[in-house]
Design a protein around this ligand. Structure first.
Ligand code: PGA
Length: 251
């Protein structure tokens, strides 16, 4: 499968700034780029960014989604609305939502299952906190997050799933995990995926990416980790030149 590089713009850009960044990316990205590129602006920027990238190879993703199709759910967004705005992917269970906003494993599962049913491809985030790692619980936490998110979820045909391993303590710090630790966790995630899906699905429909202080150097160093198929990038994804460098290094 192709490598994938996803930009998580978080709440860092207003709609017009998002459109300007998207225009810059369209200009800067090499015409034939062998990594799949996805940008995930905030909800309010989706339409403008979608227009800016519509004739390019860049794909659109959202940063969250709700698990109901419609109804009295103030402040939520349905999968169908995101599809209508041109989204293919959606980030689900980012640690900034799990930690800061009380998103549970069950909510992450509901969102991932509904997203797939409605034609959106989930980028499910998993990762341990600093405390969990120091208490020797990193592997158990990530295994639990992954299996509870995906238990009972089916992938058929060309449906795609991305698992983003993001150690919470490495996000936005300028300090990623070591290559050895990343290798181990990616291996554990690969094994956990085999507990949930048949081998053919794991090989053909699921990619594992790393997130947490990714820059071009990290992308180059991590590019050849076995079973690692790309990156989820936060801070560096809102700087066009830095994001393009990461994409080039990740192949
Ligand atoms: P960062 O964020 O690249 O700024 O560490 C990654 C993320 O939160 O997805």
């Amino acid at each position: 499968m192709k490598k994938i590089v996803i930009g998580n713009w978080k709440m860092m850009l207003a709609p017009t700034a998002g459109r300007n960044l998207a225009n810059d990316l369209v200009k800067l990205l090499p015409a034939k780029n062998s990594a799949e590129v996805v940008v995930c602006p905030s909800f309010t920027a989706l339409e403008l960014v979608g227009e800016a990238i519509k004739d390019s190879q860049i794909e659109l993703g959202a940063q969250d989604v709700f698990w109901q199709d419609s109804g009295a759910y103030t402040g939520e967004e349905s999968p169908a609305s995101l599809v209508e705005l041109g989204c293919q992917y959606v980030i689900i269970g980012h640690s900034e939502r799990r930690q800061g906003l009380g998103e549970t494993d069950q909510m992450v599962h509901n969102k991932a299952a509904t997203a797939i049913e409605q034609g959106l491809w989930p980028i499910v985030c998993v990762g341990e906190t600093y405390e969990e790692r120091h208490n020797g619980k990193a592997e158990a936490v990530v295994h639990r997050q992954l299996t509870s998110a995906l238990q009972g979820v089916d992938l058929v045909g060309s449906e795609q799933l991305v698992i983003a391993y993001e150690p919470v303590w490495a996000i936005g710090r300028g300090q990623p995990i070591t290559i050895a630790d990343a290798q181990l966790m990616v291996q554990i995630i690969h094994q956990a995926l085999l507990d949930v899906f048949p081998l053919t699905i794991v090989q053909g429909n699921v990619r594992i990416v790393y997130g947490g202080s990714v820059n071009a150097t990290v992308a180059q160093e991590f590019a050849n980790i076995e079973h690692l198929a790309g990156f989820l990038v936060g801070g560096a994804s809102v700087k066009a030149d830095q994001f393009v460098d990461i994409i080039k290094q990740s192949i």
